[in-house]
Ligand binder design. Structure first.
Ligand SMILES: Cc1cc2nc3c(=O)[nH]c(=O)nc-3n(C[C@H](O)[C@H](O)[C@H](O)COP(=O)(O)O)c2cc1C
Length: 197
């Protein structure tokens, strides 16, 4: 018997660059999430949206992004490092999540990739600040992938198993947090409702 997935994870891909390394890294996270039959996953790919700056109107795709984030139990944000920060695309996606933000109160796991050998540390710290500012619960242990141009083979596989495990850890950390901190609250609510009925 297959149960309906009741945990929903929405992933925001912070780049529309075709063949991006950020997308490749996020695919591994999605693969890890997909191993759990209780979890459904949605990837928001900005190349499929027409995102505007706030106040300039948004398309149906942007509205679907907001709904997906609102419905999510938890989020993964994946960004490349561009000029010492997270991408403008990621910021635009966050700005399109409203004010107050649809991210408020959601657990968020962060993933960053960079060409440089210090990785995406700066991007991730700045992204953490923005996510916290809008009220998201940013999980500790963001994952930074350094030297990303040498991490993937032509099939999108990671040759270094330690790096692959780190990337998969984004999914595991979020799933663990949801299991320990969010699901007990849902179960308690169900018990209280049963008692009230
Ligand atoms: C506009 C731009 C700025 C970049 N700035 C940085 C940087 O500050 N530090 C770094 O390590 N890599 C930097 N890079 C390299 C990217 O991190 C690298 O190309 C990475 O693969 C980008 O992710 P993507 O493949 O998902 O686009 C930059 C790339 C671009 C296009």
């Amino acid at each position: 018997m297959t149960s309906d997935p009741h945990i929903r994870i929405t992933c925001l891909l912070g780049t529309s660059r075709p063949g991006s390394y950020t997308g490749k890294a996020l695919s591994i996270v999605v693969d890890e999430i997909g191993k759990d039959p209780d979890v459904s996953v949605t990837v928001i790919d900005p190349s499929e949206l027409e995102l505007s700056f706030p106040g300039r109107g948004s398309d149906a795709g942007a509205a679907r992004m907001v709904e997906s984030v609102k419905a999510a139990t938890g989020l993964v944000l994946a960004t490349p490092e561009y000029h010492g920060s997270f991408s403008a695309m990621m910021k635009l996606m966050i700005e399109n999540l409203g004010f107050p933000s649809a991210m408020a109160g959601k657990p968020v796991a962060l993933l960053g990739v960079a060409a440089g050998r210090i990785g995406a540390i700066k991007s991730l710290e700045q992204l953490r600040g923005v996510c916290s500012h809008v009220g998201a619960i940013v999980l500790p242990g963001p994952v930074s992938v350094a030297n990303v141009q040498s991490v993937f083979d032509e099939n999108g596989r990671v040759s270094d198993s330690a790096v692959e495990q780190q990337i998969r850890g984004v999914a595991k950390g979020l799933r663990d947090y949801i299991g320990h901190a969010i699901c007990p609250a849902y179960s308690l609510e169900a018990l209280v409702r049963q008692g009230a009925g």
